[in-house]
Design a protein around this ligand. Structure first.
Ligand code: QAP
Ligand code: CO
Length: 179
């Protein structure tokens, strides 16, 4: 299964994802294909809607202290629910669906999450640091929310400006390539 990353301003990124009920081979194939897409795009987190599937599925693969990204650290979350949140933190986020833009976003410092694994077993996790931020970012995707939707008015304007500039640059590089 070859997957392509859905990019802003694609309307699908605003969809609410549906609960997963079948923990079958089809789900496992999607999870494996999502992992390949995430790694080959240099991502540390990915939600299923980012590859066009409106299902409550997300992947997290946070690098270790040495910045190494290992499959051993992969977390697959199906039907995640934040059951507790604590504190506040700010982190400069990015998103595979909003390439080349990074901005500060306010999040909870810690979250406790209930979810299911690929076999439907119930799990829970208490997260802080980058993992906590990544979980909140990816769960937002399941609700049709992008990190740029959470920016202050002025930072959102800065995004719109940079986005328009990038579109112009893309267009002009296409026309010059034709000459
Ligand atoms: C979500 O984001 C996240 O613009 C995952 O050119 C963000 O993997 C979790 C990426 C912040 C925790 C903190 C973005 C790759 C990857 C880009 C990503 C790009 C190439 C983003
Ligand atoms: Co994202």
């Amino acid at each position: 299964m070859k997957l392509t990353i859905v990019e802003y301003p694609d309307k699908r990124l605003k969809e609410k994802s549906r609960v997963v009920e079948k923990f079958d081979t089809e789900l496992h194939k999607l999870l494996d294909a999502m992992y390949e897409s995430m790694i080959s795009s240099n991502g540390i987190g990915l939600a299923a809607i980012q590859v066009g599937h409106a299902k409550q599925i997300l992947l997290l693969n946070i690098p270790d202290e040495n910045d190494a990204q290992s499959r051993d650290a992969l977390i697959e979350m199906i039907n995640p629910v934040i059951i507790e949140s604590l504190g506040e933190t700010t982190y400069q986020e990015g998103c595979l669906s909003v390439p080349s833009f990074y901005e500060d976003v306010n999040r909870f410092e810690r979250v406790s999450v209930n979810y299911q694994d690929r076999d439907g077993n119930t799990k829970s996790i208490d997260a802080d640091g980058l993992l906590s931020i990544a979980i909140q970012h990816e769960i937002d995707h399941l609700n049709g929310i992008l990190f740029i939707d959470k920016l202050s008015y002025s930072r959102r304007k800065k995004f719109e400006k940079e986005y328009k500039k990038m579109q112009k640059e893309k267009k002009s590089s296409k026309t010059s390539a034709k000459e």
